[in-house]
Design a protein around this ligand. Structure first.
Ligand code: ATP
Ligand code: MG
Length: 542
């Protein structure tokens, strides 16, 4: 991996003997599926640790039970495995609830924490603003004994949600708002997926996180930039709780992608409102959605690494991600003939019952993939986009009436007649083929008007093609989420694929010639093939 500021810090820390081993962690809140933004945090944590032969834990930040769900825990574990990473340990913030509690008691005993009866509104008033200092809570000077008693009662479930909090006693006039006596425990009578109904109080992230890092021996605790001004508080808790191991926090810029919503809250809203078919909908920027759509872990990893790691938030073009897939698949995958918008073609001078099987390499740029046979016969399909009644200009390098093209890997065909329905729609075209022009026969003194792909109708397999546009119309996050949804983000086409694809496996990837990169969808079956277009072959942008 290329150098970045965290890598440099790790190198120095190892060289100076400040640490013996690099230990990182990825700490998702199990409140939704992971998205491509999380991939930056995952890949950087694992790659940096791997680079220095260190280790990385997966630690679920499950300190807010009202948001969380076991299904998200399972999905996150699955996605990280899919990316190819094996956490050293899988841990839960809730594993440390007892220790958190003991450390909170320790802070109370040191006179560094107190039980406060201000409600949320009052607390906000007392907190002051960025330009004016806060005021001390009237409960700030409770005795240690009283605090210990009240905190124990909070734990025992004596008080209602929001009635009391435990706060760190730091400095209500600190220029850093996070240091103005932050709440470290709140009352929540909520069932927790790991600890059940044992707890009536839950620690806040700012208090729980540094302690978890310290207990796990995390050396470099990476988080995104918005935690920048929480770092002093992080260090305060580590120091005041007298943690044996001292972890350090480093902040990196978040990744944003154009036309892509990168917030769990919004993604969850789309799922809950039924605007998409779940978190793994092919249009979702979740790892599960990208995987289903046909993205490879290599494409995602290369993309993330190419965006680097710095101390500024960055927005990169969705084109970069698409290109990463094209680069990954170009040599890797089989190419195949698929007609997504079929037009019937009859070769009038070809015998009715005859089928020719033509040997064609799966990928001419990668011989190792071998070859298959594609059929040619009297009844074919081409794509409607490859035919026009009257050739409009020289740039039209496809079929038209009285025009001759090569059918890829097969023969020259010429269109002689068009059959229309009563509404004037073209339903079939009649062509003749020239047997002398078989591909590879060395025939080259007549130049066809282009080279188009086809499938043979009697051997082709019916297929459904899902074509996608961006889920969001623009990147303006100020507008209403549902109004920004692109009404044309999903288009289903019914067409045909060459017979060879009959036994395709779920998740298999192809380049459909002239049409795009596709992947076999999870719902695809032998008698109902379904393919997702992952990306088009070429970028639409200049
Ligand atoms: P969201 O804002 O989407 O709800 P989050 O930060 O609340 O995301 P967490 O589950 O807490 O989600 O994230 C786990 C880790 O992933 C955090 O360290 C967070 O900084 C990182 N992360 C989340 N989104 C991005 C992003 N877009 N770019 C880089 N890192 C991210
Ligand atoms: Mg978060």
């Amino acid at each position: 991996m290329e150098s970045n500021f965290v890598k440099t810090i790790m190198e120095e820390d190892l060289n100076k003997g400040k640490v013996n081993e690099i230990v990182t962690r990825f700490p998702p809140e199990p409140s939704a599926y992971l998205h491509i933004g999380h991939a930056r945090a995952i890949i950087m944590n694992f790659e940096l640790a791997n680079h220095f032969s260190g280790r990385t834990n997966l630690r679920f930040d499950d300190t807010n039970p009202s948001n969380e769900d076991q299904s998200f825990v399972d999905a996150i574990i699955k996605d990280i495995k899919w990316l190819g990473y094996e956490p050293d340990k899988i841990l839960y913030g809730s594993d440390y609830f007892d220790i958190n509690y003991d450390l909170a008691v320790k802070l109370i005993k040191k006179g560094l924490a107190y039980v406060c009866d201000l409600n949320a509104d009052q607390m906000r008033d007392y907190r002051g603003t960025l330009t004016s200092p806060g005021k001390d809570s009237p409960y700030r000077d409770r005795s240690i004994e009283e605090n210990l008693k009240l905190f124990e009662e909070m734990k025992a479930g004596k008080y209602k949600d929001g009635e009391k909090t435990l706060r760190a006693k730091i400095d209500m006039s600190s220029p850093n708002m996070n240091m103005r006596d932050p709440v470290i425990y709140r009352i929540m009578h909520t069932h927790h997926q790991n600890t059940g109904d044992k707890w009536h109080i839950y620690p806040m992230y700012d208090f729980a996180h540094p302690i978890q890092d310290a207990l796990e021996g995390v050396t470099h605790s990476l988080c995104s930039l918005e935690y920048d001004d929480h770092r002093v508080l992080y260090d305060w808790f580590v120091e005041k709780c007298e943690m044996e191991h001292i972890p350090h926090q480093y902040e990196f810029g978040r990744l944003n992608i154009t036309n892509t919503i990168m917030s769990k809250r919004y993604l969850k809203a789309l799922v809950e409102a039924g605007k998409v078919n779940g978190f793994d909908d092919q249009r979702m920027p979740t790892l599960a959605g990208l995987k289903r759509r046909g993205y490879t872990k290599e494409a995602i990893k290369n993309f993330i690494l190419s965006t680097g790691l710095s101390r500024v938030n960055s927005t990169v073009s969705s084109e970069m991600l698409e290109n990463s897939l094209r680069n990954d698949l170009n040599y890797k995958v089989k190419r195949a003939h698929a007609v997504i918008n079929p037009l019937k073609v009859t070769i009038t001078n070809y015998p009715e019952d005859q089928i020719e099987w033509i040997d064609v390499p799966y990928n001419p740029d990668n011989e190792a993939l071998g070859s298959r046979k594609i059929a040619f016969g009297k009844h074919l399909y081409i794509d409607q986009d490859d035919f026009i009644e009257v050739k409009p200009n020289k740039k039209w390098r496809r079929l038209a009436l009285d025009v001759e093209v090569r059918l890829m890997r097969a023969y020259f065909v010429k269109c002689n007649e068009i059959i229309k329905d009563k509404d004037g729609n073209i339903v079939e075209i009649l062509c003749t083929y020239d047997p002398e022009t078989k591909s590879g026969s060395g025939f080259n003194d007549r130049k066809p008007n282009g080279n188009i792909h086809y499938v043979e109708a009697t051997t082709a397999k019916k297929a459904e093609f899902n074509l996608f546009e961006p889920l969001m119309l623009d990147s303006d996050s100020k507008k209403d989420l549902f109004e920004r949804l692109n009404p044309n983000s999903w288009l289903t086409m019914n067409g045909f694929v060459e017979t060879d694809l009959e036994n395709t496996e779920i998740g298999e990837k192809f380049q459909f010639i002239r049409t795009g990169y596709f992947a076999t969808d999870y719902d695809s079956k032998k008698d109902k093939l379904i393919f997702n277009r992952t990306v088009e072959l070429k970028s639409r942008f200049k």
